[in-house]
Ligand binder design. Structure first.
Ligand code: HAX
Length: 434
């Protein structure tokens, strides 16, 4: 029995007792109201679900189990997953145990490679990743145990089992998607003893003479792990999982949401925009040139990818952390310099453009500051990962930790099937008359 499993066995009775106590003593407390504008506006700000793994504060950003991200920048993804699930940072022995556990579970079955090699050459890497996860659903231990008839108390055990299998295989599959989709040569096997992040870096096959690409991958996988429960991917995974669809179905569904340009796909769009700017101006653009190009983009009806956020109202700490990595490891890189310069210019441009929008009777832009996607691409590009379309796959490998830890928690406490009430505009008109 692993230390992670033992720790969860200790914690889960406490989680269940807390849930029961909350409902018994505070069940009728009102958490939120929902206005007509919120109902039409993506339920922004409506508090209607529970997420214990992490919280996003508008003025602080990501807080994982009570710890602000920039206070725990050095965690490896194995530690991140343990923290998401348990609220503790594991000791070295527990971390090493999880590294070994992933290694034992890392083998990707041959039928997955047959499927990926058979897919059309122009398939999006996200489609390839999601197809691979869905194709492995036949191996779900949760689904098999459910069919046999397990008790509700056991749901979390088999959800965790599936979660560990999915996470262990993801770096190999994701790296395989890269090598197959971009004709990079044969597949590179998992290296026993090497951690999750460094293994992923290694299996991608990019040169990494001093190990700093592996460091970036650990950081990247740590930073993208979770962003509370209401974002499109987490919420989708949660909703699908609430029907007791197993983790393969649920994670694949969540990742299909991450593949949207307003969510995870923004990181592919973002570096594309930066490179376009550099191409237009023949190198690192000046601040005036960036300002001109940013206004052109906005006035043509497009968004500036990597800027704005549904919840955040400050610079995303994940952007800050990536910027620190860039300043330390690649300060002279022209793409990184451009990203840094864009950061000096775009918030002001968005503020001015927001005023123009308001004058024209449109919504203001709520947040002018960079989100996670504004900075990560330049770092990947520096290390030779220049295929932007692939970037959301990296995000997905990481975000699976958050989605899966939320699923384990929900199955452990027996969260009900999701079923909010919808209403039509006729209902609103009738209520308004009253
Ligand atoms: N450029 C141009 N317009 C923007 C903008 C940007 N970067 N950010 C917001 N706006 C616009 C919105 O499109 C919206 O316009 P309409 O009312 O005409 O539809 C208006 O400003 C108000 O939006 P908001 O309240 O500020 O923001 P939302 O909560 O509606 O949307 C988004 C949040 C992240 C989708 C939005 O800021 C955006 O499209 N940003 C660019 C894409 C991006 O970076 N996405 C990644 C976000 C982080 C993430 O999930 N990563 O996975």
């Amino acid at each position: 029995m692993s230390k992670l499993f033992e720790r969860l066995q200790e914690l889960i009775p406490q989680w269940r007792a807390e849930r029961a106590e909350m409902i018994k003593n505070h069940g009728s407390m009102v958490l939120s109201e929902c206005t007509v504008a919120q109902a039409y506006g993506g339920m922004r700000g409506v508090k209607g679900m529970i997420c214990e793994t992490s919280l996003v504060e508008p003025d602080k950003g990501l807080i994982i189990q009570g710890r602000p991200l920039l206070d725990i920048m050095d965690l490896w993804p194995e530690e991140t997953f343990y923290l998401l699930l348990t609220g503790d940072i594991p000791d070295e022995e527990t971390k090493q145990e999880l590294i070994a556990e992933y290694g034992r579970r890392s083998h990707v079955p041959d039928y997955i490679w047959d499927i990926l090699y058979a897919m059309p050459e122009d398939s999006h890497p996200m489609t390839m990743l999601d197809t691979a996860i869905l194709a492995m659903q036949r191996e779900s231990v949760f689904a098999a145990q459910y069919a046999k008839g397990m008790t509700k108390d056991q749901y979390w055990i088999y959800t965790l089992e599936d979660a560990l299998n999915i996470l262990a295989r993801l770096p190999g599959i994701a790296a395989g998607v890269y090598r197959i989709r971009y004709n990079k040569g044969g597949l590179i096997p998992w290296t026993p003893g090497l951690d999750w992040g460094a293994n992923y870096a290694n299996m991608l096959g990019l040169p990494d003479p001093n190990g700093s690409f592996a460091d970036l991958m650990r950081l990247y996988l740590h930073f993208h792990c979770d962003h509370e429960g209401g974002n499109v991917s987490a919420n989708t995974c949660h909703t699908v999982g609430s029907a007791l669809s197993d983790p393969y179905y649920s994670v694949s569904a969540g990742l299909n949401g991450l593949a949207g340009p307003l969510h995870g796909l923004a990181n592919q769009e973002c570096l594309g925009w930066v490179i376009e700017t550099m191409e237009k101006f023949g190198g690192v653009p000046t601040e005036d040139q960036i300002r001109e190009y940013a206004f052109d983009t906005l006035r043509s009806g497009k968004v500036i990818p990597g800027y704005g956020h549904a919840v955040l109202r400050v610079t995303d700490p994940r952007f800050t952390g990536f910027n620190m990595f860039g300043k330390k490891n690649l300060p002279e890189d022209p793409v990184f310099k451009t990203v840094d310069r864009v950061f000096n210019v775009v918030p002001k441009v968005l503020e001015e453009f927001s005023d123009e929008r308001v004058k024209a009777g449109k919504n203001p832009i709520a947040n002018f500051w960079p989100n996670v996607d504004a900075g990560s691409g330049a770092l990947l590009y520096h290390y030779g990962l220049t295929e932007f379309q692939y970037y959301t796959v990296l995000f997905s490998v990481s975000r699976s930790m958050g989605m899966l830890s939320q699923l384990v928690w929900n199955r452990a406490v027996g969260t009900a099937i999701t079923r909010p009430k919808s209403i039509g505009s006729k209902f609103i008109r009738e209520q308004a008359k009253k």
